[in-house]
Write a protein that binds this ligand. Structure first.
Ligand code: NAD
Ligand code: UFG
Length: 340
């Protein structure tokens, strides 16, 4: 039985493919490379000494999916493929609904016709919306995220719930990631955003490596202890391991049908200033910064209650904030221009 990983050339997908191979799963990757490169796949092959079947294709193409499910004996699908830039999604909502929502629908339909029933979805803390109390627990109702990107994650979670009602064999997990950062400790694979980074960590490392002049910290007047926003940053290697545990769990379920959601976070929020200070102290690099106005849509703080994942999946984070900054810096220093 093989595992189909959509979006497996991307940041989280590539680290998860590596973790799956290390756990002796055989992997087929489907990626249209719209936000990644095949080099990431080659590097995972080199790190593991294993082959990855790669299909350069789109989740929105039914023919590609039909052929793929006919050719490979797929037992489960890990679905990372999505567009993820929050600001861009506000500007181009149709692009996000088409790629993320229609794409997932197309994938679910193809799985249904091929009788493939195990599904693990890359969801996000954004599904809790703007008014949930912290820490976020899975028992909270789905909220109303302010961006089309966030809405696409809520719509897909809803789609999974409806699939489970209609198809009793369907077994799905939504993994709600908090803020993934870090890189594999080899420094060989990591996050390589195209253009100006939207997220904090890649921006910090691009400043440190000299690609950008200074970091803008969006807002220092939030109701937090140092005035900057607090997030639950999680090492991508821990996150990847969470997928392996989720897959192991799904395969052990004999009675379960439906959808389970699990938060994947550390449970400890870190402010923007604390992140910048930790990076400077741990790497010895200078990161010039200035305070600028708040970024629209940012919440002051949120973090995970991940006790459900610990109890049910036997998963908890192992790596520290220091690991996160040191590993990200090793990747950036060794690859100043990413995979280029
Ligand atoms: P990424 O952009 O690095 O990876 C996504 C991959 O999907 C890329 O390789 C891209 O080429 C591919 N892709 C996109 N649309 C596709 C399509 N239509 N067909 C085939 N391939 C397609 O992003 P990432 O950070 O690795 O995120 C992976 C998943 O995790 C996404 O679903 C994202 O929404 C979710 N997520 C990410 C974060 C985060 O902060 N990185 C947080 C929460 C959830
Ligand atoms: N920030 C800056 N300067 C920057 C970039 C970010 O100050 O150049 C600040 C933001 O204002 C925020 C914090 O750093 O306070 C974290 O911002 P990120 O963009 O790194 O992360 P977000 O929490 O905004 O969003 C991320 C993903 C979303 C996902 C969410 C929850 O980008 O897709 O985590 O999982 F929904």
């Amino acid at each position: 039985m093989k595992i189909l990983v959509t979006g497996g050339a991307g940041f989280i997908g590539s680290h998860t493919v590596l973790a799956l191979l290390e756990s002796n799963y055989e992997v087929v990757v489907l990626d249209n490379l719209c936000n990644s490169t095949y080099v990431a796949i080659e590097r995972v092959e080199a790190l593991t000494g294993k082959n990855i079947s790669f299909i350069h294709g789109d989740i929105n193409c039914s023919n590609t999916l039909q052929q793929l499910f006919a050719e490979y004996d797929i037992g489960a699908v890990l679905h990372f493929a999505a567009l993820k830039a929050v600001g861009e999604s506000v500007q181009y909502p149709y692009k996000y609904y088409e790629n993320n929502v229609s794409g997932t629908l197309c994938l679910l339909q193809a799985m249904h016709y091929a009788d493939v029933n195990m599904f693990i979805f890359s969801s996000s803390a954004t599904v809790y919306g703007e008014t949930s109390v912290v820490p976020y627990t899975e028992s909270l109702a789905l909220g109303s995220p302010s961006s089309p990107y966030g809405a696409s994650k809520v719509m897909i979670e809803r789609m999974l719930a409806d699939s489970a009602i209609a198809h009793p064999n369907f077994q799905a997990i939504s993994l709600r990631y908090f803020n993934p950062i870090g890189a594999h400790p080899s420094g060989v694979i990591g996050e390589d955003p195209k253009g100006i980074p939207n997220n904090l960590m890649p921006y910090i490392t691009q400043v440190a490596v000299g690609r950008r002049k200074k970091l803008s910290i969006f807002g220092n007047d939030y109701p937090t202890k140092d005035g900057t926003c607090r997030r639950d940053y999680i090492h991508v290697v821990d996150l990847a391991e969470g997928h392996v545990k989720a897959l192991d769990w799904l395969q052990k379920q004999t009675e379960f049908s439906g959808v389970e959601a699990f938060n994947l976070g550390t449970g400890t929020p870190v402010s923007v200033l604390e992140m910048v200070d930790t990076f400077i102290v741990e790497t010895g690099q200078n990161v010039p910064y200035e305070f600028s106005p708040r970024r629209s849509g940012d919440l002051p703080e949120f973090w995970a209650d991940s006790s459900k994942a610990q109890k049910e999946l036997g998963w908890q984070t192992q790596l520290t904030l220091t690991d996160m900054v040191i590993d990200t810096w090793r990747w950036q220093k060794n690859n100043p221009n990413g995979y280029e």
